[in-house]
Design a protein around this ligand. Structure first.
Ligand code: AMP
Length: 594
């Protein structure tokens, strides 16, 4: 399948043509101005043409693309993908364009007034040029819609939040791509890794990718928050607005424009370009030296905070013009992080070979945290998303029985002995639907700083590690903040006290289990599902309140019975009582395991 990808801006148009993962053409029309723009074309084998073109705006540039491709015999295209900056809370994945989708994207313009309009215009123009081809929008924000409320909520008046003020995060396509690429390079499933992705380009952001899902990112409501950027400020005290208005008489529009366009490296040094800043710093320019220190310090703080947010980190991946190219910036950022097991190897860091989308590791021997450098490939990722969406087989509408899990524990042999006495064997009680699983006759008590949960069920058989699964409400009853995790992902989980008739233990392993579907290979194939993918499941509750559960992990294991597991909070929210079947929502595209 050949996919043409557009990244349209008010001053430039970038486009790429992909055959599978191979980029067969890359073009840009840059710096639109009266009389024309700059042009650059590259084929699969390297540069083709650079110079000037007569196109003075986006419409003229897009109109020229069919001719550019036809000249090179590349005009056979199967689909068009478009980068969209903002998809609000509603676009959790790519969207096939029709009038209704365009209207929904238009309605989001107030959230991204600088970016979405040109992208939307590009989308409209391309739909007119290729009316018979599927057009698909891929949103920078979608990847971050897995962020929990604690990461997305600003502590501001309810009326503001009702108006839509919340954190979104951007660069999602880049973070998703480099996290997948890093996992591939490390030879481990993305769903087993806690990765901090650091995209340092003209725009810059960091993202905590926990077991495949973004859980926080440094950009917020707008792409202004977070790291220091080329011309954007990054984090700044919101109190500055009042101060600037009272003391300098600046209005909101002027402050906002300065924070977007006249801040960051440009404000600190006069140049938004890190190469200039590094050169000047090396010549003794104190302002450039401060800018570099401040830039690295801000990134380092985010690395520390995201390691804390995920209870540890397995890999850091650097990308973007600065992340890819500046060995000294990577070094500056990583220095001082050995306390959390992150150590750079100077030789590997100096000149990593990034050709052919390589993702070399540059950590020192003995570093617990892997450090990966790779070029980002947002257009490639968009092409992949378009392909995945269009090639996905229609899902057979099969029912998925929903099972509601109350709080329970899985115990290790050692925990059983400590709680019930030496050589104790649990008594196998009622069997569960999954073959070989049962509820024990015994019970335990959970205790936290706020309270106790009595008579908690124990599920067998025994496991290598003790795992305690509670609902979010239970975690408040205990007074312990339990993270949402997949079963078995217990690194960095909090401790809780378990009380049995013969003893008490303090053990980690307290989680809110991430919702998931168990199924076997035959039924997975019949439903068009694959192991590790995330799907949406629609459930109609008995009280008429249905819910669509997003980000539901599919686990395909031979011998298991198809069943969706949710906890009691989720069941209550959906009004579920008694037996109910869910249904896979067909439009959601796969999140492949790396
Ligand atoms: P991007 O937006 O990803 O194209 O990144 C642009 C930024 O990368 C600019 O600040 C460039 O100065 C910076 N950059 C590109 N190459 C280098 C390099 N070799 N050393 C330092 N910064 C670089």
């Amino acid at each position: 399948m050949r996919v043409l990808v557009f990244n349209a801006g008010s001053s430039s148009l970038k486009f790429g043509l992909f055959e599978g993962d191979r980029q067969i053409f890359k073009g840009s029309f840059d710096r639109f101005r009266e009389g024309g723009c700059d042009l650059s074309f590259e084929g699969a084998e390297g540069p083709l043409e650079q110079g000037r073109a007569p196109h003075a705006d986006l419409a003229a540039a897009i109109a020229a693309v069919p001719g550019v491709l036809a000249e090179r015999g590349l005009d056979a295209i199967d689909a068009v993908g478009h980068r969209l900056a903002h998809g609000g809370t509603e676009f959790t994945g790519p969207a096939r364009i029709d009038d209704a989708v365009i209207a929904r994207i238009e309605a989001l313009t107030p959230l991204a007034p600088l970016h979405n309009p040109a992208m939307l215009e590009g989308l409209r123009l391309a739909s007119r040029i290729w009316p018979d081809l599927p057009q698909v929008a891929v949103f920078d924000t979608s990847f971050h819609l897995t962020n929990p409320a604690r990461a997305t909520t600003y502590a501001v008046p309810p009326a503001w939040r009702d108006a839509g003020l919340r954190r979104f995060g951007f660069h999602g396509t880049s973070h998703k791509y480099v996290a997948q690429r890093a996992a591939e390079a490390l030879g481990q499933p993305l769903s087993d890794l806690r990765i901090i992705s650091v995209h340092l380009g003209n725009g810059a952001s960091a993202c905590a990718v926990q077991y495949g899902a973004s859980i926080d990112s440094s950009m917020g409501m707008t792409p202004l928050e977070g790291l220091v950027m080329g011309t954007r400020s990054g984090d700044i005290d919101p109190g500055a607005f009042g101060f600037l208005q009272r003391h300098l008489g600046l209005g909101v529009a002027a402050i906002e424009a300065a924070l977007y366009s006249d801040s960051g490296l440009k404000a600190l040094t006069g140049s938004p370009d890190m190469r200039d800043v590094e050169d000047r710093a090396a010549q003794g320019d104190a302002e450039a030296q401060l800018a570099i220190n401040l830039y690295a310090y801000r990134v380092r703080k985010y690395l520390g905070s995201y390691a804390a947010a995920m209870g540890g980190v397995d890999a850091v991946v650097f990308t973007g013009g600065i992340g890819q190219n500046s060995a000294s910036m990577r070094r500056r950022i990583c220095d001082g992080l050995s306390f959390m097991g992150l150590m750079l190897d100077d030789d590997r860091n100096r000149a990593p070979d990034l050709s052919d989308r390589a993702a070399p590791q540059i950590q020192a021997q003995g570093s617990r945290v892997a450090i990966v450098v790779t070029e980002t490939a947002e257009q490639l990722m968009i092409a992949r998303e378009v392909r995945a969406m269009l090639q996905r087989p229609a899902l057979a509408p099969r029912p998925v029985p929903v099972a509601v899990s109350g709080r329970h524990v899985h115990l290790s042999e050692a925990s059983v002995q400590a709680l019930f006495g030496p050589n104790y064997r649990l008594t196998e009680g009622a069997p569960l639907r999954q073959p070989g699983n049962w509820v024990a006759e015994e019970r335990v008590t959970l205790e936290g700083p706020k309270g106790r949960l009595e008579r908690v069920a124990i599920l067998g058989p025994l496991r290598p590690r003790t795992q305690i699964e509670v609902s979010r409400t239970d975690s408040f009853a205990l007074g312990i903040d339990a993270p949402v995790r997949n079963s078995g992902q217990l690194e960095g989980t909090p401790k809780v006290r378990l009380i049995g008739p013969a003893g008490t233990i303090e053990t980690d392993g307290l989680i809110v289990a991430a919702r998931h579907i168990h199924t076997n290979p035959a039924e997975a194939e019949a439903m068009g599902l694959s192991d590790g993918e995330m799907v949406e499941i629609e459930v109609q509750g008995a009280d008429g309140r249905g819910l669509v559960f997003s980000h539901t992990l599919v686990r395909v294991v031979p011998g298991t019975v198809t069943e969706m597991h949710i906890d009691t909070d989720e069941a209550n929210a959906a009004g579920i009582s008694g037996h109910v079947d869910g249904a896979v929502v067909p439009h959601v595209q796969a999140v492949p395991r790396a």
